[in-house]
Design a protein around this ligand. Sequence first.
Ligand SMILES: Cc1cc2nc3c(=O)[nH]c(=O)nc-3n(C[C@H](O)[C@H](O)[C@H](O)COP(=O)(O)O)c2cc1C
Length: 384
Amino acid sequence: MSLRWMDGGESHGKGLTVIIDGIPAGLKINPERINTYLQKRQKGYGRGGRMSIEKDVVDIRGGIRRGETTGSPVVIFIENRDWINWKEKMDPFKVSGERLTKPRPGHADLPGYLKYNRRDLRDVLERSSARQTATRTAVGAIAREILEKLGVYVTGFVRQIGKIGFSGEVKSGKAIGEKIEKSIVRCPDEETTKLMCEEIERAKQEGDTLGGVIEVICENVVPGLGTYVQWDRRLDAHLAFSLMSIQAIKAVEIGSGIENASKRGSEVHDEIFYSRDKGYFRKTNRAGGIEGGTSNGENIVLRAYMKPIPTLRKRLHSVDVESKKEEFAFFERSDVCAVPSASVICEAAVSIELASFYLEKFGGDTMDELRENLYHYNEYLKRK
Ligand SMILES: Cc1cc2nc3c(=O)[nH]c(=O)nc-3n(C[C@H](O)[C@H](O)[C@H](O)COP(=O)(O)O)c2cc1C
């Protein structure tokens, strides 16, 4: 892909490092904008105590000079403030801390233990933890800067927490931006926000956890991103992969894909219209802006389904991997519901993927080149 990134670091280690390759030169970067985005990921009703310790900020270690990208890989470090409390346990060479041996159902503990042959489940959970999403959010913040320069807006918000859902129609993410920021669960509806908070509180009192549904809308996307000509170049497949790669996301829907499966074709497919002003357009968008693995010019609409958090106070049955005796899974400080945070992460993941497709189609080593290529494509579209 045109935009590649890879990160490393543990949840309670010194911090996380990410290297991003493929960012064009000449993109203005304001670290405060990235930090604001990181802080959005940390908020949300239902998060655990960890988030009151962490105040994520980016430490730029390469690829940016005089406030602009240089074309070199961008290197970012995000410190774990909590590390100070874990220094001994997380020391790369000392042997300290009690070993964890009772895997949590729904977490990576048991498969990670079997795969890597570790005696302490902490070796698994430190990397499988969603703390990793801090770096993804930072990459997403940079991808958003590229997209905004191209006139594209990506918005993620919460549709559902547990059984409490918001079913109102949302045509533009941009239009509900303020409402999302006002809501403590990142849901644009005030009344549903209240009900969602009550649902989270109930789960918390009962020692339980919740999942939910996130919606991401991408606006002003050109037609022609992705392609049907080769299976692994489809835009829908890449967007689904990027969302599914987020911890605890277990299903992805494009447009009204789930509902469409039980309807007739005549009720599903978005009929095509043409006007001089608008060019080709649709009156409905059940396809979610993608046909034949290619963007069709309508908004791209995606939904990600998140399972409930697997670390529970209400303990689940497990087996001690040392003694093989039946035990309860271990409990460690945890979130009750992380759907609001996940909405920020989903927005970041989609932004990264979309920016990558823009870079692939319009190329260029600099932002000016990229914008110019897009301009010519838009001129061509006007003639079609
Ligand atoms: C933003 C976010 C926060 C999360 N917080 C927790 C948590 O506090 N405790 C927990 O057990 N799982 C948490 N999870 C979920 C686990 O990371 C995830 O279930 C685990 O890594 C296993 O991966 P899988 O669910 O994709 O199979 C969180 C996920 C996200 C996206």
